[in-house]
Design a protein around this ligand. Structure first.
Ligand code: GDP
Length: 436
């Protein structure tokens, strides 16, 4: 429970062992005692006390640790509600922490990222954001702008005073620096997106090339952490796999993995449709057979995409080899495997690591943006940096320039939550689970 009356409510349902008064109990302590209802003991519990402002929400808070089991927990919850508590909305605790100013919006958002993290890198990115790394980065940029902005405002408001006028060169200098730093952040989203969403991967190949064998092989991989993901469309499942820290989101169609009937298997057209939106296309070819028309179509299709050709079934007599010109015309990323005998799968992971420079993703020294909301606002800020520069080049008066600069500040302020509408706040916290 969190809020003004939480101790009052607690008082009605909890009796500490030595009957200590709540006023005498310090924050950050745990008391042992009973939850009671009309003199009946409901459970033996531990209660932790947090006194304002030193709590998650900055309000008075208490946490009741009961014995597990649905009935007891439900009963205690009912008792709290009966005595005046209200059920929290999703994310309400974190929302309070934000609204009460203990954390900013980026930090609040990182809480849900942490809870939902599917890989260690994602978790690490979340923790760094919670620690305020992004806020600090944005704060630095804002300060740079403010330093110049103060001079501009003084020049506008008090032209009669003898203040050194901010020169356009000074503003341009600042804008260049700000542009550079924001671009760096914006670029980090390429990696951030991979960390958060994985590399969206589609496996295509003609029937019997070995698509489902490969997918099963990957999913059964001992070092793979598999997360079942609900697909975005009804007829696809997304399998999230992290192999050696490589996050792959494989768009699995019912057709690839589970179909027993050839007719049910996903048509190449459908796979193509999905491959168009993928970050990576894996084209699998049966190396024991001459290339069919379908194979050639696939090779043609992957030409301008980030792709890997897998020559499967190398345990059989090879008809197609790595050196084949028709393959090399499509991509130089060609590897040989036997999905059946588990040969060469390692080289697939190596190839993906190289292709996406996954080893280069370094969270230690760089601030990485993983949130699309932040990315969009940074894009917006960069656009306004450009507009401001244009205004200066067109010799607009200082008060017009300052309007543009304020827009940049507003964009950055929306990231950290100084300038956000209630709508946006509600949307962000809706995604939280209850009680977080
Ligand atoms: P899909 O239609 O592309 O999903 O292909 P499957 O994965 O269902 O494989 C078709 C057939 O090829 C199955 O009988 C597999 O056992 C076989 N197969 C798959 N990979 C290999 C391989 O590396 N070597 C051999 N010899 N057979 C394979």
């Amino acid at each position: 429970m969190s809020g003004k009356n939480c101790f009052e409510i607690l008082n009605k349902i909890f009796i500490p062992k030595n009957k200590e008064k709540i006023e005498n109990i310090k924050g950050y302590t745990i008391k042992y005692g009973n939850i009671v209802e009309e003199n009946n003991i409901i459970d033996e519990v531990l209660v932790s006390y947090f006194k304002e402002p030193k709590s998650y929400t900055t309000e008075n808070m208490c946490e009741i640790n009961a014995h597990g089991g649905n009935i007891i927990v439900k009963k205690i919850l009912e008792l709290c509600l009966k005595n005046g508590a209200e059920l929290a909305e999703p994310g309400e605790f974190t929302k309070k922490a934000f609204l009460n100013g203990r954390i900013d919006l980026t930090q609040a958002e990182s809480v849900i990222d942490l809870i939902n993290a599917k890989s260690e890198k994602e978790m690490k990115a979340g923790i760094k954001q919670l620690e305020g790394e992004l806020s600090a980065e944005i704060g630095k940029v804002k300060k740079e702008i403010m330093d110049v902005m103060i001079g501009i405002e003084v020049s506008i408001d008090y032209p009669e005073y003898d203040v050194e006028e901010v020169t356009n060169n000074q503003i341009l200098n600042m804008l260049n620096n700000v542009g550079e730093e924001l671009t760096k952040l914006e670029k980090s989203f390429d990696n951030g997106k991979i960390i958060k969403e994985g590399i969206k991967t589609v496996i295509i190949g003609k029937p019997n090339a070995g698509k489902s064998s490969l997918l099963n092989r990957i999913l059964k991989e001992e070092r793979a952490i598999v997360t079942e993901y609900e697909g975005t469309t009804r007829d696809t499942i997304e399998e999230f796999v992290t192999i050696n820290g490589i996050p792959l989101k494989i768009i699995d169609t019912a057709g690839i993995r589970n179909a027993t009937d050839e007719v049910e298997k996903i048509g190449i057209n459908k796979s193509r449709e999905m491959a168009n939106e993928a970050d990576l296309v894996i084209a699998i070819i049966d190396s024991s057979k001459e290339l069919s028309k379908e194979d050639e179509e696939i090779l043609n299709f992957i030409k301008n995409k980030k792709s890997i050709i897998i020559l499967n079934k190398i345990d059989l007599k090879q008809v197609i080899t790595k050196e084949d010109k028709r393959l090399n015309d499509a991509t130089s990323n060609i590897i040989e495997i036997s999905a059946l005998n588990n040969i060469g799968i390692e080289s697939l992971y190596d190839k993906i690591t190289k292709l996406f420079e996954l080893n280069e993703i370094n969270l230690d020294n760089n601030c990485v943006i993983t949130n699309i909301r932040h990315k969009n606002l940074i894009d917006e800020a960069l656009k306004n940096v450009k507009e401001t520069k244009k205004a200066i080049k067109e010799k607009m008066p200082l008060d017009i320039t300052s309007v543009y600069i304020k827009e940049i500040l507003e964009n950055l302020g929306s990231i950290t939550g100084e300038f956000v509408t209630e709508d946006i706040i509600n949307k962000i916290f809706e995604k939280f689970c209850l009680g977080k």
